[in-house]
Ligand binder design. Structure first.
Ligand SMILES: Cc1cc2nc3c(=O)[nH]c(=O)nc-3n(C[C@H](O)[C@H](O)[C@H](O)COP(=O)(O)O)c2cc1C
Length: 400
């Protein structure tokens, strides 16, 4: 693969990304810009990659590197992608080795931008990002957080471990076509917590791994992803907008705020069916007497609510539900699908160490059209990719 490095302050983080890539067996040709070498020098890239490092088109001309490097790559990953590199790529400028490589590459191309919020939000950058996406490149939205100095905002480069995951997921698909490009995807993940008092809650064992796998794989297929995460302690996926919530009511509110903009909604979060009627303002103490019974009230049914709103508004939004069942898995799944009215219901068996918090998962996907697809046990990202395949089959969507 080609690792294009732009002249942004985050270039130092790319040393770690490079290390992860080479250690996992990838052959990486680093192509920095002149500006990138002001931040991290040529010897660092050459030593870490074990490959020659040039920035211009005039070195080793007999090998025609300005054409060869792009032609022979399986992936071109540009990080940090500066405003300048994206402007040049969008305009088709080819004035150094990296921009030439971008024009000759026919493999997937990923940009991981990093810059100050003002630069990211500038209409010129927005237009360049839209152009690159419309041509099939994956442009990962930058993260929100600390920028170069004391300032914070959107524009931060995602963490190297998550950039590595993004590169790995694009490479494993092995196709240059990001089939979710232009689609806005809303995913809920994790498990809600219903407060009993300031220190105690009613919760569940959902880790959020399946929802996060769906978010990562959707981003690797070019989707614009918003992830509503309830009490998840996993690293933030690269290129995904994250909204953190805790209780079922907060989750419902966040989904309501985001749903109208979404073409596809996937509800993987394990939402509590009930919450305590009252949450004590201060910690409940032992009094010696029998504890007061916990009185519960039903939470709103978020999945059914999303379907009702879709019907009312008459949109063609695709809605996918997840059902965790301990027994009579398929029968309970069918009943739930009929009750909720979503397009696909991914039913998996939980309990006995299955599904919750594990790396692997297995499921049966029930379609509203009567289809049944079994997904064998495998990594949660395999299951996620199968779910996206099924969604794309049902709603091919806009061509980017
Ligand atoms: C300290 C410093 C930090 C910079 N950080 C960024 C950055 O994070 N993102 C960006 O787009 N430009 C950044 N720039 C501006 C770029 O270096 C400048 O636009 C340069 O022309 C980019 O060249 P390149 O795109 O060929 O690498 C920074 C400049 C300096 C001096």
């Amino acid at each position: 693969m080609v690792l294009g490095v732009g002249g942004g302050i985050a270039a130092y983080k790319i040393c770690e990304l490079l290390r992860r890539l080479t250690e996992s067996g990838h052959r990486v040709r680093v192509v920095p810009t002149e500006a990138a070498l002001r931040f991290v020098g040529e010897p660092t890239w050459a030593a870490l990659s074990g490959q020659p490092v040039e920035t211009g088109v005039w070195d080793r001309v007999h090998e025609v590197p300005h054409v060869r490097i792009g032609q022979s790559a399986d992936l071109v990953f540009v990080a940090p992608a500066t405003a300048d590199i994206m402007a040049k790529a969008a305009a088709g400028i080819a004035d150094d080795l990296l921009t030439n490589t971008l024009l000759t590459a026919r493999c997937p191309v990923v940009f991981a931008p990093a810059m100050h919020t003002e630069m990211w939000e500038h209409p010129a950058t927005r237009a360049n990002v839209a152009t690159l996406r419309s041509r099939g490149a994956i442009v990962l939205d930058p993260a929100v957080g600390r920028l170069t100095g004391v300032d914070t905002g959107r524009g931060r480069l995602p963490e190297p471990a998550e950039l590595f995951e993004a590169a790995r997921l694009v490479l494993r698909r092995g196709t240059a076509e990001p089939d979710l490009a232009g689609r806005r995807v809303l995913i809920s993940a994790g498990g809600t917590r219903e407060a009993i008092d300031p220190v105690r809650f009613i919760g569940n064992h959902s880790s959020g791994r399946q929802g996060y796998a769906l978010a990562r794989t959707a981003a690797a297929r070019g989707a614009d992803v918003t992830l509503v995460a309830a009490n998840v302690s996993l690293p933030d996926p690269a290129g995904v907008s994250l909204v953190r919530v805790s209780s079922a009511l907060e989750l419902a509110e966040a989904m309501e705020a985001e749903r109208a903009a979404a073409d596809i909604v996937v509800m993987t979060a394990a939402v509590a069916d009930f919450r305590p009627v009252d949450s004590a303002a201060s910690k409940i103490k032992k009094s010696g007497a029998a504890p007061a019974p916990l009185e519960l009230v039903e939470n709103p049914d978020i999945l059914a609510g999303l379907v009702t709103t879709r019907e009312r508004e008459g949109t063609d939004q695709t809605i996918v539900g997840f059902a965790a069942e301990t027994d009579d898995v398929i029968a309970n799944g069918r009943a739930k699908l009929a009750r909720k009215g979503c397009d696909l219901l991914v039913v998996n068996q939980v309990g006995g160490g299955r599904a919750f918090g594990t790396e692997d998962n297995q499921a049966t996907v029930l379609g509203a059209d009567g289809t049944v697809v079994d997904i064998p046990t495998g990594p949660k990202e395999d299951l996620a990719d199968r779910v996206w395949d099924l969604v794309v089959e049902r709603s091919p969507g806009r061509t980017p």
